[in-house]
Ligand binder design. Structure first.
Ligand code: NAD
Ligand code: LMR
Length: 335
């Protein structure tokens, strides 16, 4: 078989929890394809380099055919060189009792510096996925710090929320998660996010039903369902004393795989992307989660979906929070 040239993929926070669940899936071809060789660049901070060495040993010991080279480093100029894809995880996770935006001042400077490193060292075609919280605002700052890379190349992870919403509906209906399509996460990866099922379809007893007809419990869909998805990250932290890692890694793989290979026909997914002010009345210059479809490595917002008053007010509330986070970040960094 004729193999393609290896691509250069960066994972930051490579000695951390999420990376530990993520690197094996990437290295064995679940994300970029079964015939795509990979050079893995692994960035973490200097005190974590001994731990990172252990991760490198384990990756070597997996004896994977696609993994051509592993480069552990604490240097941005090494990590960001000629990248095809960058998965920016490295940053501090929240503890019980915190909101994700409480991490802003601890984390946002990392994304300014790494945005500048993307600008300086990466390919202009690089696809950048921001995972570290507060993910939307960190992503916006990274994009602003890399002015010569198209804003469309940046996205932040709301796929975990999307998967959570899909699974909650599936469990309620007693069907596999794959029988639920087109849930939407609007807005911020925070407790103001709006998980929307007005356009969601469920395959049940031989036909495909609107979610409200499948679930037959509007009070749950408009109440506890939304709260459960909004608060799921906090519930995992409370239970595990650590933030989600296995499910976050799975969502990162889903998100990047869809960027690389496209979304299935008739399906949309959710991701935080740059708002130009032209879709669904969302203000411009925010990274806001929208329903998107992806083809040829570029995403398009799914336009023309009907939005009722219930949805409108929730979409506006999460936009307002993002404006506030943006202003705090910009003032803090002086960008
Ligand atoms: P972790 O503490 O286990 O690992 C983070 C790693 O990042 C550590 O090894 C740390 O040394 C490293 N790091 C810190 N600063 C760095 C820098 N400047 N450059 C490179 N590496 C650096 O945390 P985790 O559980 O892996 O979570 C990482 C981040 O992902 C947190 O901010 C968390 O809140 C976020 N997260 C986001 C989502 C999402 O859906 N968007 C889901 C889960 C977690
Ligand atoms: C999650 O959604 O699980 C992550 O963003 C971690 C967190 O802080 O909730």
């Amino acid at each position: 078989v004729l193999m393609s040239e290896p691509i250069r993929v960066l994972v930051t926070g490579a000695a951390g929890q999420i990376a530990y669940s993520l690197l094996f899936s990437i290295a064995k071809g679940d994300v970029f394809g079964k015939d795509q060789p990979i050079i893995l660049l692994l960035l973490d901070i200097t005190p974590m380099l001994p731990v990172l060495d252990g991760v490198v040993m384990e990756l070597q010991d997996c004896a994977l055919p696609l993994l051509r080279e592993i480069v552990p480093t604490d240097k941005e100029e090494v990590a960001f060189k000629d990248l095809d894809a960058a998965i920016l995880v490295g940053s501090m996770p929240r503890k019980e009792g915190m909101e994700r935006k409480d991490l802003l001042k601890a984390n946002v400077a990392i994304f300014k510096s790494q945005g500048a490193a993307l600008e300086k060292y990466a390919k202009k075609t690089v696809k950048v996925l921001v995972v570290g919280n507060p993910a939307n605002t960190n992503c916006l700052i990274a994009a602003k710090s890399a002015p010569s890379i198209p804003k469309e190349n940046f996205s932040c992870l709301t796929r975990l929320d999307h998967n959570r919403a899909r699974s909650q509906v599936a469990m309620r209906c007693g069907v596999p998660a794959t029988h639920v399509r087109n849930v939407i996460i609007w807005g911020n990866h925070s407790s103001t996010q709006y998980p929307d099922v007005h356009h969601c379809l469920v395959q049940m007893s031989g036909s495909e039903l609107a979610c409200f007809d499948a679930v037959k419990d509007d009070a749950w869909l408009k109440g506890d369902f939304i709260a459960t998805v909004q608060q799921r990250g906090a519930a995992v932290i409370k239970a595990r004393k650590l933030s989600s890692a296995m499910s976050a890694a799975k969502a990162i793989c889903d998100h990047m795989r869809d960027i690389w290979s496209g979304t299935p026909e008739g399906e949309f997914t959710s991701m935080g992307v740059y708002s130009t002010g032209n879709s669904y009345g969302v203000p411009d210059d925010l990274i806001y989660s929208f329903p998107v479809q992806i083809k040829d490595k570029s995403w398009k917002i799914v336009e023309g979906l009907a939005i009722n008053d219930f949805s409108r007010s929730k979409m506006d509330a999460t936009a307002a929070e993002l404006l506030e986070e943006r202003d705090t970040a910009v003032a803090f960094l002086g960008v």
